[in-house]
Design a protein around this ligand. Structure first.
Ligand code: NAD
Length: 296
């Protein structure tokens, strides 16, 4: 695709994920205009070759495709509706909510936009963390009209691999369920690692064996070796955001009358951890909360 044929991209939310994602798009030759509440984040986009502006409505005016990478559904709705961003977009524009939002609210928002003749909405949350955002290896779960999702492939291919998950809201549902699994096995792994070390097992040996056995998961393959045993706890995904996703998933299970008993217990434990740890804690600090002691 020549640069002239590329859609102009607007980007709202330039945090841990939005910064590397918008940088990759600018480096791939897209015109990227973005904003964030934090001035330092706007400066990072300008440094990466994008155009930083102060308000979300200014972003809308420069967007054929508007990407949102915001903390939650309430903020997505307030930016699109209360701040007048949806009304400021052209009717042919596409809004891509890549945040981890609430599926039923996403569906309602899409219906509202359609009823008002405004831009179409696709939900396209991601998995793969800050590292995946930097490398362009995210898993993108896209919900919405198949042809609209297909039209976004030049953008998605810069960020990772896309999977069309079904109607609008389905990406957000799948993302929340993924993170409920992820958080549950991270806590389970942490408990097992603490017990094993207390027994006298070497943590590296434990992970090596788990990773060639049935206890294997993203927690044993990635989170524990890279963020816990190194003592770095810097995955770039906050504990509060993980808990938000877990609650979206357990609420979804309640709504469809298939309550998740293990999921509800995991939410209860993560809620206790959130109360005990610093509000800005990385989600991998759940390992410390479960009793892991850093070396030295
Ligand atoms: P973050 O807190 O680092 O970034 C969110 C950004 O949104 C912040 O920079 C904040 O200033 C900005 N913001 C908030 N309200 C705004 C507004 N009204 N207008 C403009 N900017 C506003 O969060 P993150 O880690 O980048 O996560 C973003 C989304 O992606 C969340 O929904 C999260 O659950 C999801 N997610 C995060 C990760 C990860 O590893 N960090 C992975 C997958 C999905």
């Amino acid at each position: 695709m020549s640069d002239a044929a590329k859609p102009r991209i607007g980007f709202i939310g330039l945090g841990n994920m939005g910064t590397p994602m918008s940088r990759r798009l600018a480096e791939a030759g897209f015109s990227v205009t973005g904003t964030d509440l934090a001035e330092e984040n706007r400066a990072r986009l300008a440094h990466a070759g994008g155009t930083a502006v102060e308000t979300a409505v200014q972003v809308a005016a420069a967007s054929d495709v508007l990407v949102l990478m915001l903390p939650n559904s309430s903020i997505v709705e307030s930016v699109l509706i209360d701040d007048g961003v949806a009304a400021a977009l052209s009717a042919s524009a596409v809004i891509v909510d890549m945040s981890s939002s609430e599926p039923l609210r996403t569906r309602a928002l899409a219906e509202r936009l359609a009823a008002e003749g405004l831009a179409r909405l696709v939900d396209a949350p991601v998995s793969g963390g800050v590292g995946g955002a930097e490398k362009g290896t995210l898993t993108i779960m896209a919900g919405g009209d198949a042809a609209v999702v297909e039209s976004l492939s030049p953008i998605f291919s810069v960020l990772g691999r896309v999977r069309h998950t079904g109607a609008v809201g389905s990406g957000h549902a799948l993302k929340a369920l993924n993170n409920l699994l992820s958080a549950t096995h991270l806590l389970a792994t942490s408990e097992a690692m603490v017990a094993g070390q207390e027994f006298g097992l070497d943590p590296e040996t434990m992970l090596e064996v788990f990773n060639s056995s049935s206890g294997r998961s993203g927690s044993t393959e990635n989170k524990w070796p890279n963020f816990v045993l190194t003592g770095r706890y810097d995955s770039g995904f906050g504990l509060g955001l993980m808990l938000k996703d877990m609650r979206i998933a357990t609420q979804l299970a309640e709504d469809i009358e298939r309550p998740s008993l293990l999921g509800n217990s995991a939410v209860e434990l993560w809620t206790k951890a959130a109360a005990d740890l610093d509000v800005a804690a990385d989600h991998t600090e759940i390992a410390r909360w479960a009793g892991h002691k850093d070396k030295g």
